[in-house]
Design a protein around this ligand. Structure first.
Ligand code: NAD
Ligand code: UFG
Length: 330
């Protein structure tokens, strides 16, 4: 298939490009480098031994999207491009609504004009909100989102449902990711957020490498295995393979899948594993809970296994080893 990958130089997009290329799909990448670097393109070519057509365009500009579709015969789109920082979205809601919604609407309109009906969309477990349960299945529906970033995901899911209701010829797959972490085993691509990271794994890596002093563990008084927050951490390579399975195996129509391991891991379990497997120290201190955090959530990934033939293969040890390998390389 000839696949347009938006945001293809970002964290998840770049790993997905590798897995798509491994299955001999032809890939066109568009990314405006807002949160990525052009060097990732060289890394992708090094890892796969292939060259990729690349557009450095902002897809919130519809004329740019139109030109990509006029120049290329595209079979399917995987749409990663968007802003994703929860805290920043609270400070700059218009920026988030504008970029995430505009880019998706532009894609949908131009796809329709060009008769392209196959789309995979990057959603998030955040759309479930806090439903007072630990394990989430796709049929639970969306809950209340707690920040503009999460609301853009919920709004886009609703837009996609309405588009499909109006025209059943669309094939739309919504993938709800749990907590993507880790890096490619080559150490050439991975997660490299600008500034001080908000998420646990990049923070752990910066502490282990001495770039930051100490990890704050947000609360040890939750009703969990050791009192710290529990999440479903998924290796980004497993996640990337989920996109290949989705593009190849998803049934026709509109379908939603959780992409997670189905296993909950606590903050201290992750920190301990990271220390042990890599032989490094991660200084941490326990501080108060972070507002908005839930005690525990993880995916029920059964539907993705039954319908896509996908499940995670990598372990927490693989996640910690590959993340640290990338950090050392960079
Ligand atoms: P990322 O920021 O690393 O990648 C997104 C890429 O999109 C970046 O390279 C950025 O430069 C590009 N981009 C942003 N706006 C653009 C625009 N208007 N035009 C062209 N390019 C644009 O993020 P990621 O972690 O790879 O996430 C990919 C997708 O998955 C996002 O939609 C994100 O919201 C979603 N998601 C991520 C997580 C996570 O924890 N990483 C969890 C759930 C969902
Ligand atoms: N945590 C710490 N210290 C830190 C950072 C995080 O103790 O410095 C803890 C949190 O309290 C939580 C766990 O580590 O218990 C994971 O926190 P992250 O910030 O890494 O991830 P979240 O589960 O809070 O959120 C992530 C993404 C959201 C997405 C959500 C569900 O940031 O965008 O997963 O997919 F919506």
């Amino acid at each position: 298939m000839r696949i347009l990958v938006t945001g293809g130089l970002g964290f998840i997009g770049s790993h997905t490009v590798v897995e798509l290329a491994n299955q001999n799909h032809e890939i066109i990448i568009v990314d405006n480098l807002y949160n990525s670097k052009i060097e990732v393109l060289e890394s992708l070519e090094k890892i796969t031994g292939k060259k990729f057509k690349f557009y450095q365009y902002d897809i919130a500009d519809k004329t740019k999207v139109e030109s990509i579709f006029s120049e290329n015969k595209i079979d399917a789109v995987i749409h990663f491009a968007g802003y994703k920082a929860v805290g920043e979205s609270v400070q700059k809601p218009l920026m988030y609504y504008s970029n995430n919604l505009r880019s998706t609407l532009n894609l949908l309109e131009v796809m329709k004009e060009h008769g392209v009906n196959k789309l995979i969309f990057s959603s998030s477990a955040t759309v479930y909100g806090d439903q007072g349960v630990r394990k989430y299945t796709e049929d639970m529906g969306r809950g209340t989102t707690t920040n503009p970033y999460g609301t853009t995901k919920a709004m886009i899911e609703k837009i996609l449902e309405d588009v499909y209701t109006a025209d059943n010829s669309w094939n739309i797959t919504i993938l709800r990711y749990f907590n993507p972490v880790g890096a490619h085993e080559s150490g050439l691509i991975g997660d490299n957020p600008n500034g001080i990271p908000n998420n646990l794994m990049p923070y752990v890596m910066r502490v282990a490498s001495g770039k930051l002093e100490c990890l704050s563990v947000f609360g040890n008084d939750y009703q969990t295995v050791d009192g710290t927050g529990v999440r479903d951490y998924i290796h980004v390579v497993d996640l990337a393979k989920g996109h290949v399975k989705a593009i190849e195996n998803a049934p026709d129509g509109l379908n939603v899948y959780n992409l997670g391991s189905g296993k909950g891991i606590s903050v201290l379990e992750l920190v301990n594993c990271f220390e042990q497997i890599n032989g490094v120290k991660v200084n941490y201190k326990i501080v108060g809970r972070r507002p908005g955090d839930v005690a525990e959530n993880y995916a029920d990934p059964t539907k993705a296994w039954n319908e896509l033939g996908w499940k995670t293969e990598k372990t927490l040890e693989d996640i910690c080893k590959d993340a640290w390998n990338f950090e050392k390389n960079n």
